[in-house]
Design a binder for this molecule. Sequence first.
Ligand code: F6P
Length: 551
Amino acid sequence: MTSSPSGPEGARTGPAQPAWRALAQHHARIGSVHLRELFAADPGRGERLALEAAGLYLDYSKNRVSDETLSLLQALAVECALPERTAAMFRGDAINTTEHRSVLHVALRAPAGSRIVVDGVDVVAQVHAVLARMTSFAQAVRSGGWRGHGGKRIRNIVNIGIGGSDLGPVMAYEALRHYSQRDLTLRFVSNVDPTDLAEATRDLDAGETLFIVCSKTFTTLETLTNARAARQWIVGELGDEQAVARHFAAVSTNIEAVTAFGIAAQNTFGFWDWVGGRYSMDSAIGLSTMIAIGPGHFRELLAGFHAMDEHFRTAPLERNMPALLGLLAVWNNNFLGAASCAVLPYDQYLKRLPAYLQQLTMESNGKHVTRDGTPVGCETAPILWGEPGTNGQHSFYQLLHQGTRLVPCDFIGFCRSLNPSGQQHDLLMANLLAQTEALAFGQTAAQAAAGGADPALVAHRVFEGNRPTNTVLAECLAPATLGALVALYEHSVFTQGVVWGIDSFDQWGVELGKQLALRTMAELQADPQPALTHDGSTNALMRRYRRLRSA
Ligand code: F6P
């Protein structure tokens, strides 16, 4: 297991800050201390290294940290100006420097009447004006007041979007399905693969189907392609161009492009440049969520986000849940050398949370240069992955327990099931608790040998332990809980980005592939085949594809 502060190759150096160097020295002293020792030395550790905020309880005691580690991490945060940068974000400063934009997802959940002024405009008032329009629209759809072109009630909502315009809506819908209006069918289409739309619509009656086209830019190829195909389907099925007005809504910052596409202004909901795509599930991008769960629950979701925002903005570092989660992630990543981390929700409703968090964390913090464009000098975002428990236990947990790589894990669980059935929820939670215990404390050779086990198998039965975990526990999965949970990760990601000195709000790394795809598409379509000037591998693959596609 890697535990060198400079990472597996040993060549990289961390940033040159004094607090970083102090942490590296500290790591050299305590890096190999076992959680068994830390817990033995402090029986109160489990309750001491835990805190509560916005309805969430975080136990971070099963991390490989001492009080000194935590103080040094907080010193690092101070040295990196986390408090100042947090204040700047909440104030609406243009902290997304490469795109010259404010970063104000926190304004999306600010209560009516509060004020955040950007370029002389109170953005909170704008947010609430859009929320009011979303509410009327959602109520009309939910009540059956909104009719399709042929007069039928809308029963199917298909969200078309990709990235933040898909992952937030689909994750929130799945997470809050318990609160959804069950006579509505929600589907989500994102992939440019025509199969996605075909399968999403194959059993739907077009006359009862509303498409919500979500795209911040309204230029995204996948979304516009799917939206055009959906439009063709509606017009084809209903036999009238006029049907588009009753069967399409749009959410975008690019109202001109929406109008050019032909979606009526009264069905169009705006948001703003200061909302990043992966931070937009609580903007109008959440229209499908609001239709599914109703405006009241949607407001509870926003309230949960806001409660965590306020905690993050005001709590001192040593009691600040998102800041601590972010700093622990830095410790695991940069000092313990963990190249990946897992999020393991013990709740089936959160099955899309890992996918959602992949975009949030990796698109935000998968960066190689700092804000001023110089090489970052340390590892940035770890690879995030995960599956709901207990499914993962029967697939990849073997590696978590006995593999040679360190994978810090976040376990998320609830004290009450939304679908109680006998003792099943206790069984689920017993598994969560058992996993964190096993990962932390493992099983020594002496324990493995006890009871007359085959000596040849003792080594196979040893669990090294000392695998760091966080446990997030909440009462039950309510809309507000989900809001708080997402905001917890948003601000943890922000904290990590501040420590690494990067811009967590741009995504230049997605551009090259998009440009090459456009060029490749033109070449795949050209007839006769043009001379190909890619590398030898790509040229050969393109020739083969062209030959076989029409075979
Ligand atoms: O290509 C990446 C990305 O820009 C994401 O950041 C974004 O969430 C997604 O594409 C979709 O973008 P849009 O909402 O503009 O269609």
